[in-house]
Design a protein around this ligand. Sequence first.
Ligand SMILES: C[S@@+](CC[C@H](N)C(=O)[O-])C[C@H]1O[C@@H](n2cnc3c(N)ncnc32)[C@H](O)[C@@H]1O
Length: 254
Amino acid sequence: MSDPNLNTYNSATVIKWYDHLDALTPIEKYFFELHKDLILRSNILDIGIGGGRTTAYLVSICKNYIGIDYSKGFVETVKTKFPNADIRLIDARDLSAFENNTFDLVNFSFNGIDYVSLDDRKKILSEINRVLKPNGVFFFSTHNKDHTTFDQLPWRNKSNNLITNLKTFIKLLPFLPKHLKQKEKEIRLKEYAIINDSAHNYGLFTFYTSPRFLKEQLNTYHFYDIALFSKNGKIENDETLDDWIFVTCKRSVT
Ligand SMILES: C[S@@+](CC[C@H](N)C(=O)[O-])C[C@H]1O[C@@H](n2cnc3c(N)ncnc32)[C@H](O)[C@@H]1O
């Protein structure tokens, strides 16, 4: 069956967009610096590499690097950029290419985990847990359902001015008929939602989670030492209004 998110991640314009990204976010810099010693002696699995933004940083410093993506276009792009790197076409829902207890660190950056259903997100968490060594580290980010502008019309974002909002509306106008059809497939529940937000011209169904539900899921899949961060630092009491939640956690020994 056709997967609208995979179609978007295989489209030439989207590939070009990610191809140009090269900087790490401040939280990523902080995390990679904090774990530099581990990274230097690590087997790393980098999932959802896109245009290779994190490949550029990790491949040169870790012991063994494997980068994967389910988009053929991204895999080809990154193979061209890093011809000596181990880059593979693999879907995170099925990591059977890897043995149990293989990696010291798994990275799934830029909310790549948010482009599947709830059941498939569970599969991904279970697979990552399986391929991590005991006490191995999982680092990723995800969209926050408690974000102040969650589910708001993109051209009514209060932080923008009128001209910006008008430009956004005009840019998105041609894609609105498709969006209105896709809205029927959206899911909105208290703890999570899967919505067709305006990213890549309404090209994606994106998973948004509350911090509480996120932690609950990680506990269910046997992760511990769970720490959530927003752009402003550590999240206390599961409360943040930021758009992204950055997560570090470890695979439990049992
Ligand atoms: C938002 S982009 C981020 C790209 C890159 N990590 C970066 O930080 O620039 C999400 C990436 O995750 C990949 N992705 C989404 N679902 C995936 C899955 N189930 N298995 C593997 N890759 C996936 C997409 O193809 C895309 O490259």
